[in-house]
Design a protein around this ligand. Structure first.
Ligand code: ZN
Length: 105
């Protein structure tokens, strides 16, 4: 269940947001949303790289609360707004994972 929700929120939900809120250029917006997943490259700095019980939010540099605050600020400017929306959806998805992890780990 957690995996299904995780991949739905990372891949399907952003396509719905792009389609319903940016109808005329939804595919371009969706691709930008997908590119924001590169934020997970900060996992490469951790050891081990993957730990199913670790909460990414607040642990990895680009998932830190300071970084999330920057993503919120980036909502202000139209030129960075789409990237900020993608990053914040990503952080919300990772935070939901943390709630599941708190139950099982
Ligand atoms: Zn992440």
């Amino acid at each position: 269940m957690q995996q299904v929700l995780h991949y739905f929120l990372h891949f399907i939900f952003p396509s719905l947001v792009a389609f319903f809120f940016f109808r005329t250029e939804w595919l371009k917006i969706y691709l930008i949303f997908l590119l924001t997943m590169l934020v997970d490259l900060d996992h490469l700095l951790a050891s081990p790289i993957f730990d199913s019980c670790r909460c990414s939010v607040g642990f990895h540099p680009l998932h830190s609360y300071a970084a999330i605050a920057v993503y919120v600020v980036l909502l202000y400017w139209p030129v960075t707004r789409i990237v900020a929306i993608g990053l914040l959806m990503h952080m919300a998805t990772d935070q939901i994972d943390c709630f599941f992890n708190a139950l099982k780990c």
